[in-house]
Design a protein around this ligand. Structure first.
Ligand code: NAD
Length: 315
């Protein structure tokens, strides 16, 4: 597949969806954007506001209010429709409502003849990505959950701050559930190519008191730290969504942590979970299987068990 006129559909034009559209147009990632929402007036308002940016941008992206039957030639549909967790709820508590919402979205999109890729951000992200995969009947490579992409960015920020380096010089993945049970394979974290654990060992005086378990907890809780202050999160996830879209539309072969269907990888089957994967025009081209220590592997397995428990509630 090659993308001549790159077209993205965004279903759910709330904070995550509209931030995604804004990031797409400011980065000039695609040619057309369809903004779709059950609240058409909201979609229209976002379209108008976004159109008013074009004069001052490098590219004239065509943005319009869309509908499901307009999705037949869309390359990537982003699903950000949903109900963000209310105070006291976890992401997993929003499953029932989110599942109903995606049913009402995926079925009509598939009826349009859609053959592109779904990028799923609605929470609980791994379970909803799995559900979109099942509902759509598309190949597993065509349904990508945002998974731990934003958690990994948060983790790199924490490590960058601790070591006073640019977070982009850190290679690190948070894996498993986009939620409380996520884990970090520390044996695969690198700072400028040097293993993280070796950097700590070689600099005991400076970094000897780093608490790895607390870092994982801080990463998993970082979204809530934002939520507690501003009521929700959207810039981080929107930027991660756009990175996934760019990897697909530009055939980048970029390796990113996303929620992918596991079919034997990491000894897991019939589940979506956050893992590093190679992304290109075919969607998830390949899952990167890193060698974890036994302890890391057990933690990843435990996190997959949490996802699996909630997937079973879908059936
Ligand atoms: P929001 O309330 O600002 O926007 C949601 C939008 O979805 C609204 O415009 C609403 O009208 C629309 N919508 C609801 N039901 C619909 C339906 N049946 N069909 C079409 N549109 C529908 O919420 P938000 O802050 O943008 O969050 C959206 C989703 O993204 C939530 O599930 C939230 O938990 C999730 N989220 C995920 C991450 C992540 O890291 N994966 C981060 C933040 C938010």
């Amino acid at each position: 597949m090659s993308f001549k006129n790159k077209k993205v559909g965004i279903v759910g034009t709330g904070l995550v969806g509209s931030s995604t559209a804004f990031s797409l147009i400011t980065q000039g990632v695609c040619d057309n954007i369809l903004m779709i929402d059950i609240n058409e007036e909201k979609a229209k308002g976002e379209v108008m506001d976004l159109q008013h940016c074009i004069e001052y941008l490098n590219k004239n992206t065509k943005i319009e209010v869309g509908s499901y039957d307009m999705c037949s030639d869309v390359d990537v549909v982003v699903i950000t429709a949903g109900a963000p967790p209310k105070k006291g709820q976890t992401r997993l508590d929003t499953l029932e409502l989110s599942a109903k919402i995606v049913e009402s979205i995926v079925n009509p999109i598939m009826k349009s003849g859609f053959k592109g890729h779904f990028v799923v951000a609605s929470n609980p992200a791994d379970i909803i990505a799995y559900y979109v995969y099942r509902l759509s009947g598309l190949d597993k490579s065509h349904v990508i959950g945002t998974g731990t992409s934003v958690d990994s960015a948060r983790l790199k920020n924490f490590i960058g701050d601790l070591f006073n380096v640019d977070p982009r010089s850190v290679q690190a993945y948070s894996m498993g559930e986009h939620g409380d049970s996520q884990m970090v394979p520390w044996s695969h974290v690198y700072i400028g190519g040097k293993p993280f654990l070796k950097v700590v060992e070689d600099n005991k005086q400076r970094f000897g008191d780093i608490d790895l378990d607390k870092l994982v907890l801080d990463t998993a809780k970082a979204g809530w730290e934002v939520y507690n202050r501003k009521g929700t999160t959207y810039y981080g996830i929107a930027t991660a969504i756009v990175a996934i879209i760019k990897a697909i539309l530009n055939d980048e072969n970029k390796i990113m942590p996303v929620s992918a269907f596991l079919d034997g990888e990491y000894n897991q089957k019939d589940i979506y979970a956050g893992v590093p994967a190679v992304l290109n025009k075919s969607g998830i081209k390949e899952i990167v299987e890193i060698d974890m220590t036994d302890r890391e592997y057990d933690k990843f397995t435990d996190s997959c068990d949490v996802i699996r428990e909630y997937i079973s509630k879908l059936k």
